[in-house]
Design a protein around this ligand. Structure first.
Ligand code: ADP
Length: 272
């Protein structure tokens, strides 16, 4: 299977005034495939957002290359196709609002693609339903709660029907029901063959991923399954901690070795 996105030895340094800064990304080579559900984990400042922004050409590598469906992100004429292929939902959804009603805001992207009105309507209706904003169609986006704004930003991305959706800590403002909705949506997208990448520091959410990538000081220090990650001896060094339920289960296991294996694996988290 062809990867949707590849990064080849990507190194990135922010231009800062005066002072010397460390590289925010260092030698990052990764590939992302259709239908994958990938968690990008790491402590604050480890480079997660910087990486995410490279994947839809919001940032360009200082050295190395990023390809989206084989298109080099450094070529300006590839930009439109790259942005169509890779949708991104940010942590601060208010920055993504462009119109005066919820409906118009969602329609903005498809309109820019020059789609027929009937197709735009269909996509807007579908996206509004998917994020549960039906009751707010005609409202001003600026009157929405932070959680509703995140839903709106997500709907705007869904209406573009991208091949890759990146959530950059985009569920932080959602209440528990909203987070469940977002996780369900991610699973549905993936079932449709969309690659879903989510940047998080929530280890319980990461347990649901097919694959986990851990960044530490701009470098990829781990790539593998959630189960392998949870067993890794260097979690502390990377600034990550086991979800409380799993930590407790492992402690109990030390006293009661007869407890079933499932208690010490990430699968436990699916049953809570
Ligand atoms: P994360 O998303 O994992 O919290 P970031 O990608 O935001 O990490 O940051 C990686 C590194 O780059 C950090 O050291 C951070 O301080 C630095 N950085 C992030 N944004 C900027 C910026 N706009 N200018 C300068 N340095 C930045």
């Amino acid at each position: 299977m062809q990867p949707l996105i590849t990064t080849e030895k990507v190194t990135f340094r922010y231009a800062t005034e005066g002072g010397k800064s460390e590289n925010a990304l260092e030698d990052v080579s990764l590939a992302f495939y259709p239908g994958e559900f990938v968690a990008i984990l790491g402590a604050n400042g480890s480079g997660k957002t910087t990486l995410a922004r490279h994947l839809n050409a919001l940032l360009l590598p200082t050295s190395g290359k990023v390809f989206v469906r084989g298109l080099d992100t450094r070529e300006r004429f590839n930009l439109k196709r790259i942005r169509q292929t890779v949708g991104m939902v940010f942590q601060h959804p208010e920055d993504q609002i462009v119109a005066t009603t919820v409906e118009e805001d969602i329609a903005f992207g498809p309109e820019n693609l020059g789609l027929p009105t009937s197709e735009i309507r269909r996509r807007v209706d579908e996206a509004i339903m998917a994020v549960g904003l039906e009751a707010h169609r005609q409202r001003s986006p600026h009157l929405l709660s932070a959680g509703q704004m995140q839903r709106l930003a997500l709907a705007g991305v869904l209406a573009m029907r991208p091949d890759v959706v990146i959530f950059d800590e985009a569920t932080t403002m959602l209440d528990p029901a909203g987070r469940r909705m977002a996780m369900e949506l991610m699973q549905n997208l993936r079932a449709d063959g969309v690659a879903v990448l989510f940047v998080t520091h929530d280890m319980e959410e990461a347990a649901l991923a097919d694959r986990v990538i851990v960044l530490n000081r701009g470098r990829v220090v781990f790539e593998g399954s959630p189960a392998e990650m949870f067993r890794h001896s260097q979690l502390d060094d990377w600034g990550l901690t086991l979800p409380p339920a799993l930590a407790l289960a492992r402690r109990l296991r030390a006293f009661f070795p007869e407890l079933p294996d499932v208690l010490t694996t990430p699968e436990l988290l699916h049953h809570l």
